[in-house]
Write a protein that binds this ligand. Structure first.
Ligand SMILES: [Mn+2]
Length: 318
């Protein structure tokens, strides 16, 4: 049975793929992302297709639902996801063609593990915990119940190795990430991947330097802290968070101008604001698009719309 795993290339996606590969060791692993998911799914032909941690964009939602219907005639499809379903389709549009395991506020890794846990070694739960921590989705009953079985300090070392290690160029390629998936699926740990611990150390050093930079350059716009055009693109999330930390605001954002648009990354320290909804609505209002998770979100807005966008975000939170 030809099996293909399509997953996201971040920590949660890598862990989701590794758990699925523990169940299907011969599966081929491919990485994709929301903007290219429709095309990548079109190109995927297999008896079993496992999709994990890929959000459905509003723009492609109807086409994806349609494509899943066609694919389901020749493939058994399992789709694990924890992103909001866009309002132009319903859960049933997906679950009528695929085994759709969808839940908000838990990691995709947790969903994949819970689904296959009786068919894979018990220790693979470590990978689910890494994925959950990687996506800031570790405050769930499942994670609380399972983490007490293990030395959590060792798990934190491993998950930090993975999250930070893949921030460097050396592990940025899909091939390098496939190797990590393979290693984890076999029951080894991130620190067993040659070079990953060193790579994590380099990344964490840069992260502390980044903090110094943000401390000097972040500013407040209304109730939101902002850092613009960082010299290094690699740490958008931490940069947005540090901007909030040094300005003592609840929400921080990072802006990068690129050609005709500006990319925005948002993080929060402590706020009930659902950043994904704020980004979606405010970006939409200036002719862009946005989304993500309640605690970690992003947007792409047209060049020159930043002031209006910031104004709308400030209005949204107050
Ligand atoms: Mn995820």
């Amino acid at each position: 049975m030809k099996t293909v795993i399509l997953s996201h290339a971040d920590c949660d996606g890598i862990c989701s793929a590794a758990i699925a590969k523990a169940k299907f060791p011969d599966a081929d692993v491919f990485f994709t992302k929301p903007v290219s998911f429709l095309r990548d799914l079109q190109d995927t032909n297999a008896d079993i297709i496992i999709i994990a941690d890929i959000a459905i964009t509003r723009k492609d939602a109807k086409k994806i639902a349609e494509l899943l219907k066609i694919k389901s005639r020749t493939s058994k499809i399992s789709y694990f996801d924890h992103h909001k379903v866009p309002d132009v389709i319903s859960e049933a549009d997906i679950s009528s063609s695929a085994e759709y395991i969808h839940q908000l506020n838990v990691s995709a890794s947790e969903l994949v593990y819970r689904h296959y846990q009786n068919e894979i070694p018990r220790e693979r739960v470590w990978i689910a915990l890494y994925g959950a921590i990687g996506d800031y989705e570790d405050d769930t009953p499942f994670v609380h119940e399972r983490i007490i079985n293990w030395d959590r300090r060792a798990l934190y070392f491993e998950v930090s190795t993975l999250i930070l290690g893949i921030k460097n160029k050396q592990f940025a390629t899909y091939d390098a990430k496939r190797d990590i998936v393979e290693t984890l699926s076999l029951g080894k740990n991130p620190s067993d991947v040659p070079g990953l611990v060193r790579s994590a150390k380099e990344a964490v050093t840069r992260e502390f330097k980044l903090y110094d930079y943000v401390k000097q350059h972040a500013e407040k716009t209304g109730k939101i802290a902002v850092i613009r055009n960082l010299p290094n693109f690699g740490f958008r999330g931490p940069a947005a968070l540090f901007a909030a930390t040094v300005n003592n605001t609840d929400i921080g954002m990072m802006f990068i101008e690129r050609g005709d648009h500006t990319d925005v990354t948002a993080r929060k320290r402590n706020s009930s604001t659902e950043l994904n909804i704020m980004m979606e609505e405010c970006a939409d209002a200036v002719g862009g698009s946005g989304g993500g998770h309640p605690g970690a979100a992003g947007a792409r807005i047209p060049k020159g719309s930043m002031d209006k966008f910031m104004h709308l975000c400030n209005k949204y939170i107050s």
